[in-house]
Design a binder for this molecule. Sequence first.
Ligand code: FAD
Ligand code: NAP
Length: 452
Amino acid sequence: MKWTNLGHTIRRYSKNANSFHVGIVGAGPAGFYCAQQLLKIIPGCRIDIYEKLPVPFGLVRYGVAPDHQEVKNVINTFSKTASNPNVRFIGNVTLGQHISLNQLKCSYNAVVLAYGAEEDRKLNIPGEHLSNVVSATKFIGWYNGLPTNKSFHVNLDIEDAIIIGQGNVALDVARILLTPIDNLRKTDITEYSLEALSKSKVKRVTIIGRRGPLQVAFTIKEFREMLKLPQVSTDFFEHQMDGIDKIINDLPRPRKRLIQLMYDASREVTSKTKKKIFSLLFLRTPLSILGMDSVEGVELAENILEGEKAKITNEKSLLKCDLLFRSIGYRSVQVDPDVPFDTQSSTVPQNIGVYSVGWLSSGPVGVIISTMSHAFEVAALIGKHFDEGLLNEKKPGYDDISKVLKDKGVITVGWNGWAEIDKTEIERGVKLHKPREKIVDIDEMIQLGGRI
Ligand code: FAD
Ligand code: NAP
């Protein structure tokens, strides 16, 4: 009954599969890739994808930077999956609010939780409440048009910005702040953030890491983009990169290339004519954020490395700034009391019948391609459980859930509804010479694409 294709075990279409109902929660990369693979390995299965927003694609739409449009091409693959007659997209439905995990378990043979990691991690230090101490997550949501962040406020009428954290998210924020505004105009960044960024006076952006240059979390492509920014010089503060050249050759391959690039950049003579500065400060832990009402600076402890770990010393320093971002990672939450949530790791482990994929499962690290690999692995696990007859109780699929939603008066947005929203956004974009102008108002999205 089985044959192998492209390394995956494919089952012949079976009657069994036809009544195999899968409910996926979250229409980001993890949810879509899991659906794509399930269609392959259990042909004939029925998949419903629930999404709390009226629109699909998760962080591909609301996280990936507007000047990385090519990355967003993955939505073509997701759209192909959504157009499969066995797949239903049900937007504007929130797990934990409109539907519960128990209701999903009663309706589906397999429930796949793919709702990501939406919260940001806090520094938990004094002064974090001050004005212009902001979350990178919210800033990114704001410029990308995430409805919940449309009213986010940041004062950009300042010169010195600090970002705590040295991952790719920190580089996204730094790049958006330092990119010439005309380069952003042709992206799908929201008009209101373009307006605010066009008035920005930010001159220096410093990203601060608690460990050393060898431990940065950002990657080479993203760092190279920083080096190529017009009118921006890169500054490594004094002596930070001294001696690094002696150890580069001993580093493993991808890290070696990145550190070589950083070292070379640190040795370049900075042109005094460049208007803006991107700087990197290592081995510093923020102790407190200083200021009366608004942030005026940050108190930093100097660190040493013990192995790969940062250890705080008694040496302290102050660094002035008028805007501070925390960019130290995202965090998943337990959206429903019955979600088998591991509070230690803030992730959801695999259970027979209730699975997790993507950032909710692996923690908030990894790019789209690693999220894809993970989703494929979980789909294979579901296929195995299906084969073993562990998931073959008869389930109604969407029939029962649709009644729950109707009773609650929830207006859902299906794939055709999304197509209407998409069309309108693209039409608005054409007028502004952009790929699209995102609609940021949920009510407007529902007016365009909703149905009871
Ligand atoms: P998500 O993409 O977050 O999808 C989760 C979905 O679940 C969302 O649509 C959300 O609305 C929905 N949801 C949440 N709660 C509920 C609920 N209660 N009920 C129903 N639905 C819910 N990777 C790259 O390869 N290239 C890049 O350039 C890149 N840039 C990035 C930029 C940023 C700022 C960030 C944060 C990440 C970036 N990544 C990039 C990583 C990539 O976005 C992730 O690997 C990927 O999105 C994780 O997929 P996911 O499906 O697990 O989560
Ligand atoms: P990340 O890569 O995990 O980086 C987090 C940074 O915050 C690290 O420098 C980390 O330092 C630091 N940090 C964590 N806790 C801290 C604390 N308490 N105090 C000080 N510093 C702290 O996370 P991210 O930047 O949020 O990115 C998430 C994922 O999305 C990553 O996999 C990233 O590659 C991906 N992403 C990709 C792109 C792209 O491909 N262009 C763009 C954006 C995001 P330590 O290392 O010392 O912990």
